[in-house]
Structures are given as structure tokens and as C-alpha cells.
Design a binder for this molecule. Structure first.
Ligand SMILES: [Zn+2]
Length: 326
């Protein structure tokens, strides 16, 4: 009886191995020869906020020489803060956007870089589709500010990427970045910022689908613009509220988590008015720590969602717990 079972087992094994085409190849060789894939899935991360569904969408990551870009500090101090978080410069930096389904409206906050910031970004549409939505379904796009890594994704292959959406942003950013006069007088190194904003926004302007707003404004019920100028003239955060729950979508109040929570006075080279950007960051850190609401940031490691905690005179970032059940 034992012998029969052993024979059957041997025959089964032989059939399986032959069937898998591995009869002549040692298993270890086949495993070692599998090429490494080295890419991640299109990125999305979903949480509920009251009755609203919030989806963080990854546009990808980009390496930034943050030891050179951060101001009000020194490269050595930046390197030290990064090392304390097991990171170093150039820092692989996330670019995040956020999709809010209120039940009535599908609202996208920022659009990633499109083709304006190199090949490691521009993945927003892939992430959107992977998350179960199509660009045609987006009703409103609200922009935190008109830097290329936030507006480049408005355009795909030279065309409007979101055919049914109205685009909204603060008028002060529109007046600044879409001005031909400002482009003409900008330093050569800065012209790309203006050109990127114009290439991304002007097709929507021409199609009468760009609607600037001025300061604190309700975008749709449950989503309000909150002015946080300084990084750019019309930089705007968005407060999302449903059923007693709050999410503040910061935009670019923080660029380097490992540095700026401990040292909120550290600014970045791209700030239009560094002193104002610093003041807005400090005020918002204090509010977020006191009220304990959920926060989203375009450049904190994906999904960029978490809470702010006071730590002495400074702050700490507490990333959200992982959830995959709703
Ligand atoms: Zn940015």
C-alpha cells in the first residue's frame, strides 16, 4: 500500500514538473533568471471622510537636491536632519494629488506634473484609472498653485486631459503666472514656470472652462478654499468637511517632512515670498495640531495623509494608519 502511494506521488510530481516545462531546468536557475521588475503599481490610497470618499493619487516621485533648495538653514543642517530620518539628498520626493467624491461631485485637487517635470512624474492618469475613475468623470479641478508639478497634468498629448471639468484657482496665481508681461520680465531660469502654467491653463481659459476665484470661496458644498499665500501669490489650501470630519489639503506648505516639522522656519528656493510662506506654515501647523484634523500635503511621502502633533516648540508628522477595508 505504501509503495503504491509513493509511486502515485512520484508520478504526480513528474507530471507536474513536466507540465510546468521544468523537467530539464534546475528550479534555482529558473528563479535566478527572472528579471527584476523594479516598478510599483499605479498609486492610489483611499480613505473615507464622513460621507465623502478621499483618494490620494500618486503622480510619481522626483529626486530633489533638497540640501541646496532649502533656505533659512545650511546644507549641513539639512543633511543632519535627513540622516536622522534615514534619508539623504537628493531626496526622492512624492508628488501627490487628491480626488474627492462628495456623492454629487467628483473634485480633483491638483493634477501632477504631466510632461513638465521629467519622466519619473506624470503618472496621475494611470493612478486615477487604477483607482476606478476615468478623467471624463471629473467635474471640478481645483489647483493649489500654478507650479508645473501641480498643473502639468491638465494636459495630455497637447490636449485637455479632463474634457468635462471646470478648472478653478485663486485669481492672484492666475494673474501672476498667466501674465505675458511677467514672463517677459522673468529671469531666464524662471521663465519655464510661467511657460508651464500657460501651456497647462490656457487651453482651459480658451475653452471658457477656467474660473478663477478670490480668496476664501466655497468650491462645492463641503470643499472650501483657504488662502495660504507665500509659496506663490495665490497659493491655496482646501478644507474638506463631511459629517463632522475635516481634512485640510495643504498643497505645498511642506516640501521636506524630515526637516520642516522640526524647523518650520525652513523655506524653499521656490517660495515667491519666503517670509509669508513661513508664516502660513507655522500658523497652519499650530491649527492642525490644536484641532487634530486630517492633513494632506502634495510632497510628503505618498499618500501624504496624516496628522500634526506638537513636540515642544516644534511639530511632528504622524502618517495615517494603513487601511484597505473601505
Ligand atoms: Zn509642488
Amino acid at each position: 500500500m505504501m509503495q503504491t502511494r509513493t509511486l502515485i506521488r512520484s508520478a504526480l510530481m513528474a507530471a507536474l514538473v513536466a507540465g510546468a516545462g521544468l523537467a530539464l531546468a534546475p528550479v534555482e536557475t529558473a528563479q535566478a533568471a527572472a528579471p527584476m521588475v523594479k516598478t510599483s503599481a499605479p498609486g492610489y490610497y483611499r480613505v473615507m471622510l464622513g460621507d465623502f470618499e478621499v483618494t490620494a493619487l500618486s503622480d510619481g516621485t522626483v529626486d530633489l537636491p533638497v540640501d541646496q533648495l532649502l533656505m533659512n538653514t545650511t546644507p549641513a543642517a539639512v543633511d543632519k536632519a535627513l540622516a536622522a530620518s534615514f534619508e539623504k539628498s537628493p531626496l526622492e520626493t512624492s508628488v501627490n494629488a487628491y480626488l474627492i467624491n462628495t456623492g454629487d461631485k467628483l473634485v480633483l485637487i491638483d493634477t501632477g506634473a504631466g510632461t513638465l517635470f521629467g519622466p519619473t512624474l506624470g503618472k496621475l492618469l494611470d493612478s486615477l484609472r487604477a483607482s476606478g475613475y476615468q478623467p471624463e468623470q471629473v467635474d471640478e479641478i481645483v489647483i493649489t498653485h500654478m507650479h508645473p508639478d501641480h498643473v502639468g497634468g491638465l494636459i495630455k498629448d497637447g490636449e485637455i486631459a479632463f474634457p468635462n471639468a471646470v478648472v478653478r484657482a485663486d485669481k492672484r496665481d492666475a494673474d501672476f503666472w498667466l501674465s505675458k508681461a511677467n514672463l517677459d520680465k522673468a529671469a531666464e531660469a524662471d521663465k519655464g514656470f510661467f511657460q508651464g502654467a500657460m501651456a497647462s491653463l490656457n487651453p482651459y481659459v480658451e475653452a471658457h472652462r477656467f474660473q478663477p476665484f478670490e480668496g476664501a470661496t466655497e468650491i462645492v458644498p463641503g470643499i472650501r478654499a483657504v488662502s495660504t499665500p507665500g509659496h506663490t501669490p495665490g497659493h491655496t489650501s482646501y478644507l474638506v468637511e463631511s459629517n463632522g470630519k475635516k481634512l485640510m489639503i495643504w498643497g505645498d506648505l511642506v516640501h521636506v517632512q524630515a526637516v520642516q516639522f522640526a524647523q518650520p522656519s525652513v523655506t524653499i528656493h521656490f517660495d515667491s515670498t519666503p517670509a509669508k510662506a513661513e508664516a502660513e506654515r507655522k500658523a497652519e501647523f499650530a491649527r492642525a495640531a490644536k484641532q487634530g484634523y486630517l492633513v494632506a500635503d502634495a510632497h510628503i511621502a505618498f499618500p501624504g495623509l496624516g496628522h500634526v502633533r506638537s513636540k515642544g516648540a516644534a511639530y511632528e508628522w504622524v502618517p495615517v494608519n494603513y487601511t484597505n477595508i473601505r
